[in-house]
Structures are given as structure tokens and as C-alpha cells.
Ligand binder design. Sequence first.
Ligand SMILES: CC1=C(/C=C/C(C)=C/C=C/C(C)=C/C=C/C=C(C)/C=C/C=C(C)/C=C/C2=C(C)CCCC2(C)C)C(C)(C)CCC1
Ligand SMILES: [Fe+2]
Length: 287
Amino acid sequence: METSARPPAFWLFPIGLLLSLGFSALPGQWPLYIVLVLSTAILGLPHGSLDTAVARRHLRLHSMPRLIAFLGGYMALSTVVIAIWWQAPNAALGAFLLYSAVHFGDDVAHRLGRLGGVGYGLWILGLPVTLHPQKVQPLFEMLGATRADLLVAAGPWALGLGGAILLAALALSPNRATSDWRDPLLLVVGAALLHPLAYFIAYWCFLHSPRHLELAARDLGLDSWRERLRAVAPTTLATYALALAALPFLIGMPSDAILMRIIFIGLAALTVPHMILEFIASPRRAE
Ligand SMILES: CC1=C(/C=C/C(C)=C/C=C/C(C)=C/C=C/C=C(C)/C=C/C=C(C)/C=C/C2=C(C)CCCC2(C)C)C(C)(C)CCC1
Ligand SMILES: [Fe+2]
């Protein structure tokens, strides 16, 4: 069991849940969308922006051609995801939900095992879909899904399966940390009380991102916040520019759908190379 000093995400997550309760009580949908954009841009994206530094270290990008090949490969993979989404949005969204569950599971997989991690990820995503199907379905439709009803109907199954796997992994793992059972319980409270987007902000920006950032930054020897900021700034700014460049392709859609697509299809596209890099880097990190 974990007894040493808690990582920052241990305290940030309950604070994020309280903040989310505050802003989800504001009237109308726009405060929520504005907080979603700002928190994604400032708190969520930077953990992926460390990928350039992670790749420099673990893929040994010591020459300019290797660095350019990495950047080009990363963007090419992201472009393929967007192209698939364009052609087959239902399958692309279904796949995104599944690989997001695997990715979120990475947060605990080193203690609960890969399968336990998948259970954790299914629990995280199954909760808002099961508790607020009528709010989640239009959000999935904004992402281009024409059979959002089917994806939403799968929510309770994902939740049940994820919950059973997670429970078994917690019972069987001698290395479990307090946060491994505390956070899934706090997520139930968050999912019950919050709009699904506010719930996502609380989890993603206040638990997943700080946890992942801390782990990757420590591995890279970036101890001060100034060093971390310097490492993430260029890639984060480049990602803002890419998001802005997508805008002209979405003109004509309702503005909430534009925001949803830029954020979630953008994240789906970045997650594929981000996960591949994590699969390579995480076994090489000293725990
Ligand atoms: C390096 C590099 C770069 C960058 C990158 C980055 C920046 C990354 C990031 C990454 C990241 C940052 C990732 C993330 C991820 C995320 C995720 C994975 C999410 C998920 C989500 C979900 C799945 C959701 C769902 C939902 C909805 C949608 C609605 C409501 C309900 C719910 C919540 C269920 C660039 C391109 C510039 C260039 C090249 C290189
Ligand atoms: Fe991540």
C-alpha cells in the first residue's frame, strides 16, 4: 500500500471536482464550453506536449533528420485518424472510446496490471454515459456519429464489465495505492452530480494530465516548473496553431459542434501517436 508523499494529482483531483461543481452550476451551456476549451488548452494538452522531449530521450532523436521524421510520423498518424473519422465516424468514435479506456488505464496499470487498467478506463468512461445518456447522445452526435444511440446503449455494459475487472484487480493487487480505489469512488460522485463535460474536465485536467505530466517530467529530469514550461511550450503552441488551421474546414457548423470536433477529434488524433510513444517509453522508465 502507498504510504509515502502523495503526488500532486492526489489533491488536485478533489479540488478539480469541486471547481467543476462550481462552473457546471453556471447557467447556459457556454460557460461549460469555455472552461472546456481553456482547461484543455492549459491543463490537458501540455502532458502530451512533453512527447517531443520523451521521444528525444527514448527514441534517441540526436540528429535533425531523425527529429523531423518523428514530427512527420506523429502528424501523419494523427492525419490518418482524422481521415478515418471523416469516412466512418461511428467506428472511429467507438474505437476512440475503447483506446481512451486503455490509455486512461495506463495511470494505474503499473500497479493493477494491464487488464486492471482497462477495467479502470472502462469505469471512467462508462459512468457519465450510463448516468446521463440523454446528455451524452447529442454530444456524440456533434462528433459526427449517426448511431450514437448504439454507443450510448453500450455504456452500462462497459461500466459493469469495467467495474467487475477493477474490483477483482483491486482485490488481487498487493501494490494498490489509496488513489486506485478512492478515485473510482470520487468519479461516481462526480459523474452523478456533474454534466458529462464537467466530469471529463475534472478527471482529465485534474487527475490524468497532472499525473502523467509528473511521471514523464520526473523521468526527463525536469524538476522545476520553469524547465517544464520551457519543454512543453513550443509543442503546445504548435498544437494551438494546428487546431486553428482546422477551423476553416468546419465553417458552417453550429459553434458548439465546431468546438466539440476540434477538441475531441483533435484529441483522438493525437492520442494514437501519444499512446504508441507511451508504450515504448513507459517500460523504460524507472518506477
Ligand atoms: C508531439 C507532437 C505534437 C503534439 C502533440 C500533442 C500536444 C499531443 C497531445 C496528446 C494528448 C493531450 C492526448 C490526450 C488524450 C485525451 C483523450 C484520450 C480523451 C478522451 C476523451 C473521451 C473518450 C471523452 C468522451 C466523452 C465525450 C466525448 C462526451 C462526454 C462524455 C465522455 C466523457 C464519455 C505535434 C502534433 C504538435 C507535432 C508532432 C509532434
Ligand atoms: Fe495521456
